[in-house]
Design a protein around this ligand. Structure first.
Ligand SMILES: Cc1cc2nc3c(=O)[nH]c(=O)nc-3n(C[C@H](O)[C@H](O)[C@H](O)COP(=O)(O)OP(=O)(O)OC[C@H]3O[C@@H](n4cnc5c(N)ncnc54)[C@H](O)[C@@H]3O)c2cc1C
Length: 417
């Protein structure tokens, strides 16, 4: 089934009876060539790229819950390519280019909206750092544009420009950045993978990884043992637990990240806006809700909900930047489990076990990485070599200290990235 304007019109006029499920629900086979553990954005994108780009056959994605139930359906949907450091900037640039084509490629409305992301600055030092980042982004081939206060006042008049503590000195806009509908991205990749023959198996938790003589042989699951020649671990906040099944101890801590949405309002925030003096960012959904978030809860946890101190912190930052937000009623808040690395950059690598691969460490920024991560992880699994834009995402950098990419300059403390 392909989506088209004609199909939508026809179905609308004939009672919507001609739609078919987006993907099959097969029972797991006893053996696959490749098993991907984790049906989040990265796992589904990996399976899709393996089947579509690299022609791999006989692939299963094993998901312990349901498609879209993890972080891929819990994030604040921001996609951007404004990274500073060599290694990250090429990768996220590659990802943004893939976002620009994703709907055509998947024949699925992922509601990609390149509304522009504005990063604000509030001091001379921040202005210098922002200009430096902007130059790095331009050198990398992407766009960055400085905005002065009069221009910003026209674009985002509802912000508190003269705030006594954090006056706005200016901003930088990345016009190709924006948002995409998170769960549509999961559904689109699931549908695309299924169309290329991938078995997507929900309610199938991996409980063990079978290894013989240093070679992966398959996995144990709640739906029985499954043999596999290659296994990819792509489980975001659960990376530490699943890698432990293969005897690995990862340099990852899992932390909760919360987000919030208000009641639906008339359109007011038509960009993505990031506060420079606190961890607060905001956009407006197509339903009208103001979607915003901030910092991690500062303790390691596997709970998919956060606590009040961070909620208060986020609300305070929001009020400092945009006092009018105090008039809006918060409808919902939720949390997801972030796989935090010490340098804040991800891992896409082989492991010491033959045939076992890992893709993790996306911290709080892995949604924007979904298209490129799937592409690069599929490349690695298929060819055994890293994709050229993901060469720096090596696991051993945390052992050797060589090639760390501390994008935020916060040192090696997981919860500060
Ligand atoms: C509140 C919040 C806001 C965020 N905002 C942004 C943002 O604006 N922009 C951005 O780029 N990123 C953002 N992120 C980060 C982004 O959502 C994550 O980095 C990314 O989604 C993680 O990759 P994933 O989609 O594959 O994860 P997930 O969707 O969590 O997928 C992992 C899957 O593995 C499954 N799994 C775990 N263990 C097992 C097992 N043993 N067996 C089988 N399956 C298993 C899980 O059930 C899960 O479905 C945000 C995250 C949160 C929580």
């Amino acid at each position: 089934m392909r989506f088209s304007g004609f199909k939508v019109l026809k179905e609308g006029l004939t009672g919507n009876k001609g739609w078919s499920p987006h993907w099959r629900s097969p029972d797991p086979k006893t053996e696959y060539d490749i098993v991907i553990i984790g049906g989040g954005g990265h796992g589904l994108s990996t399976a899709y790229h393996l089947a579509k780009e690299y022609g791999a056959k006989n692939i299963a994605v094993l998901e312990k819950g349901y498609i879209g139930g993890g972080n891929v359906g819990r994030n604040t949907t921001i996609v951007r390519a404004n990274y500073f450091l060599d290694g990250n900037s090429q990768f996220y640039s590659h990802s943004l280019k893939k976002w620009e084509n994703i709907e055509k490629e998947l024949n699925f409305n992922a509601m990609v909206s390149q509304r522009g992301q504005i990063q604000l600055f509030h001091s001379d030092a921040q202005r210098d750092a922002t200009i430096r980042r902007g130059n790095s982004i331009i050198n990398q081939g992407d766009e960055a544009e400085m905005l002065d206060v009069p221009t910003l006042k026209k674009m985002v008049p509802y912000l508190d420009f003269e705030n006594a503590r954090f006056p706005i000195y200016g901003g930088m806009i990345a016009r190709r950045s924006g948002t995409a509908r998170h769960d549509a991205v999961a559904w689109g990749y699931a549908r695309g993978a299924d169309q290329h023959g991938v078995d997507i198996i929900q309610n199938c938790e991996v409980t063990g990884i079978d290894i013989e003589g240093g070679v992966v042989k398959g996995v144990q699951t709640t739906r029985g043992a499954i043999k596999a020649k290659k296994v990819g671990i792509v489980v975001a906040g659960r990376s530490g637990q699943v890698a432990a099944m293969a005897g690995m101890r990862l340099p990852i801590e899992s932390h909760v990240l919360q987000a919030f949405v208000t009641e639906g309002l008339k359109p007011i925030v038509d960009h993505v806006i990031s506060f420079g003096m606190g961890h607060f960012y905001i956009s407006q959904s197509d339903k009208g809700g103001l979607v915003f978030g901030g910092d991690l809860d500062f303790y390691a946890s596997y709970a998919q909900r956060g606590n009040l101190p961070m909620m208060e912190h986020v609300m305070e930052a929001g009020m400092a930047l945009m006092p009018a937000i105090g008039q809006a009623k918060v409808l919902r808040s939720w949390g997801g489990i972030m796989d935090m690395t010490p340098d804040g950059s991800p891992i896409i690598d082989k492991t010491h076990i033959d045939g076992l691969f890992i893709d993790c460490g996306w911290c709080y920024g892995g949604f924007k990485a979904v298209p490129a991560s799937g592409d690069c992880f599929a490349h690695l699994i298929h060819t055994g070599r890293p994709h050229k834009v993901a060469e720096r995402y090596r696991l051993d950098r945390f052992r050797t200290g060589v090639g760390l990419m501390d994008e935020e300059g916060t040192g090696s403390q997981h919860n500060l990235h």
